[in-house]
Design a protein around this ligand. Structure first.
Ligand code: ZN
Length: 283
């Protein structure tokens, strides 16, 4: 069993998912889509309290792409400022828009964390396919490049897939799970679902949750209360409250920071998050 360092037992890791594959500037003009905008958002979210920034990249038309050079550019821009923020590169691509091979390409950059979507699911009107072959291949490549998988689970079957990959030695501890709840096709964003998923986890696993749309805030509050970690950001929800668009990713991060602090949960710095997740200290 992996124990959390005692002094960090109550810390909460906040991840900011700034962009995603599908949201558009037409839906919320604050959405960062160029490499410069995404790097600026990452730094802003770090300043607001996020330890991890989960990024996607877009092409010049604002459409989803997995182009590793764009990921590398964002990392370069962030690193050039001396920022210690942890970057989590998406391997999600766009359902049906990108090939498995394209999706795995950013792993070769050796990011500290990359997303690992641990099973297939209907996703709105699309189907998000993560076949067993793809998952085994992705896990192997992540191990080879020293990348920590963020094991994204959209429903309980995905946790079961993770347990099988762990049993087969393809995923190794310490484990970092992200529950993505409230996707149309996945498990709903309810406390009951969250509790069920958390109870399935291997001992010592760290977990975070993001709720989609109106599920974002309640899931964040639930995770703070339950001792989990929180993901927020415009990828998951474009609104601050019903009928009011969020002004920025930073605004959403700042709200969770206030809630965590009121609840007596210190917000983890990137260095503390690295300790909690067993990542090597920043070189
Ligand atoms: Zn994502």
């Amino acid at each position: 069993m992996v124990e959390r360092p005692t002094s960090l037992a109550h810390h909460v890791i906040i991840s900011a998912a700034t962009t995603g594959s599908w949201p558009t500037k037409a839906q919320n003009p604050a959405l960062p889509v160029t490499e410069e905008e995404i790097a600026t958002a990452a730094l802003g979210c770090r300043a607001a309290g996020a330890a991890i920034v989960h990024i996607h990249v877009r092409d010049d038309q604002g459409q989803v792409t997995c182009d590793p050079s764009r990921y590398a550019r964002i990392r370069e821009l962030v690193k050039a400022t001396g920022s210690d923020v942890i970057l989590n590169m998406s391997t999600g691509g766009g359902a049906g828009q990108t090939t498995d091979e394209e999706r795995m390409a950013p792993v070769a950059l050796g990011p500290e964390i990359a997303s690992f979507d641990c099973g297939s699911v209907n996703f709105g009107d699309r189907v998000f396919i993560n076949s067993p072959t793809f998952l085994r291949d992705l896990a192997t490549r992540m191990t080879r490049h020293g990348v920590r998988p963020e094991i994204e689970c959209f429903e309980a079957g995905h946790v079961q897939n993770a347990l099988r990959l762990i049993e087969d030695g393809l995923l190794s501890p310490p484990f970092w799970f992200q529950f993505v709840l409230g996707v149309r096709g996945g498990a709903p964003a309810t406390v009951k679902q969250l509790l069920h998923l958390v109870e399935m986890l291997p001992d010592g696993a760290q977990w975070s949750v993001c709720g989609i749309g109106r599920g974002q805030l309640p899931m964040g509050v639930a995770a703070v209360a339950m001792g989990g970690h929180v993901r927020t950001g415009l990828e998951d929800n474009l609104y601050y409250r019903k009928g009011e668009l969020a002004r920025s990713n930073e605004q959403l991060v700042a709200r969770i920071v206030r809630i965590a602090e009121e609840a007596g949960r210190p917000v983890a710095t990137p260095a503390e998050a690295r300790l909690l997740l067993g990542l090597p200290p920043r070189s």
